[in-house]
Ligand binder design. Structure first.
Ligand code: GAR
Length: 204
């Protein structure tokens, strides 16, 4: 049985598109039950509908605070039978209900715990990396624990920072690496090969 996913996003949805493409090419043993967006104008919603995936906007701006918004997201998710929540450029805080501990994953375009946390998304991450002068950055896939970009790390992959890198050139190489690492982590979960022991994740 394919792993039943919900994908949560806020924007363009290239991460969602990659997951859709991998499933359609039978490279990923999963099924997207629904796509939820924190913005009604997110292009990711259109990508989902084009592939006949239920796509719903739960607007962050219609909710007074992050807690109320998170509650609304979980209420909507309750309408679907989902085994894993996949954050794909979801830019709001999400609580982790007890039933979803180690069942929510996130991809971040840096090697956490560096260059991450609230406000660290998209270009901001790569600009901070370039300004800091580090020679290596990368991609992290981790379980979400209710703090921004935090939780047990499933997979990490380094990406070198080149002398002539710009925000755009670095972003392109990071995104290429994300497109490999995120489906790989989802497939490992689908195969039941991920085991969490405190902060450490082991792959069998
Ligand atoms: C991804 O590249 C991911 O690194 C970032 O959002 C992008 C989503 O792009 N996530 C974070 O920064 C999490 N802190 P997309 O909307 O095109 O899929």
């Amino acid at each position: 049985m394919p792993l039943r996913l919900a994908v949560l996003l806020s924007g363009n949805g290239t991460t969602l598109q990659n997951i859709i493409d991998r499933i359609e090419r039978s490279e990923l043993d999963a099924k997207i039950e629904c796509v939820l967006s924190s913005r009604s104008d997110a292009f990711g919603l259109e990508r989902a509908r084009k592939h006949n995936i239920p796509a719903v906007a739960v607007s962050r701006k219609d909710h007074a605070d992050a807690k109320q918004f998170s509650d609304a997201i979980w209420a909507e998710l309750g309408n679907y039978d989902v085994e894993l929540v996949v954050l794909a450029g979801f830019m709001s805080w999400l609580a982790v209900p007890p039933a979803f501990v180690h069942k929510i994953i996130n991809v971040h375009g840096a090697l956490i715990p560096a260059f991450c946390g609230k406000g660290m998304y998209g270009e901001h991450v790569h600009r901070a990396v370039l300004e800091s002068g580090v020679k290596v950055t990368g991609v992290t896939v981790h379980f979400a624990d209710g703090e921004y970009d935090q939780g047990p790390i499933i997979l990490q992959s380094p990406v070198p920072v080149l002398d002539d890198d710009t925000v755009d050139s670095l972003a392109a190489r990071i995104q290429a690496q994300e497109r490999e690492l995120y489906p790989k982590a989802i497939q490992l979960i689908a195969e039941g090969r991920i085991h969490v022991d405190g902060q450490r994740v082991r792959v069998s």
